[in-house]
Design a protein around this ligand. Structure first.
Ligand SMILES: [Cu+2]
Length: 122
C-alpha cells in the first residue's frame, strides 16, 4: 500500500515536471551564449551550435567574457551597436535583445580584424 502510493506520487511529480518543461519551451525567450577568450576566440552559440541564422524576436544573450584583453560587441542593421561586454571586464553579462531582420556582426572591439563572426536575422 505504502509503495503504490509512493509510485503514484512519483508519476504525478514526473507529469508535473513534463508539463512545466512544455510550458517553458513555448513561453520563455531563447538564449544565445556568447564567449570571448581564452586565447583569441569569440563565439556565439544557440543550443551548443554556432549561430548563423535566427528568427526575428527577443533573445536572452549571455556573454561569458573569459579574458580582460577581449570584449564582446554586436553590430546590426540601422545603426544597431551594442557593447555587451567591455574589454577590461571578465565575467558574465546577461542582456535581453530584440533582434530585427538584417545582418549582424559580433566581434572583439580590441581585435576586430581577427575576432569576429556573422549571423543573419530574418
Ligand atoms: Cu580581443
Amino acid at each position: 500500500m505504502k509503495r503504490s502510493l509512493l509510485v503514484f506520487g512519483v508519476v504525478v511529480a514526473a507529469a508535473a515536471a513534463l508539463t512545466a518543461v512544455a510550458f517553458a519551451r513555448h513561453s520563455s525567450t531563447l538564449t544565445l551564449n556568447g564567449t570571448d577568450g581564452p586565447g583569441y576566440t569569440i563565439n556565439l552559440k544557440i543550443g551548443g551550435k554556432a549561430v548563423s541564422k535566427l528568427k526575428t524576436g527577443t533573445y536572452k544573450v549571455v556573454i561569458s567574457d573569459r579574458a580582460a584583453m577581449h570584449g564582446w560587441s554586436l553590430d546590426g542593421p540601422n545603426g544597431f551597436a551594442k557593447d555587451l561586454s567591455p574589454v577590461p571586464f571578465v565575467g558574465t553579462k546577461t542582456v535581453t535583445l530584440k533582434l530585427k531582420a538584417g545582418k549582424y556582426k559580433f566581434y572583439c572591439p580590441a581585435h576586430e580584424a581577427t575576432m569576429f563572426g556573422h549571423f543573419t536575422v530574418a
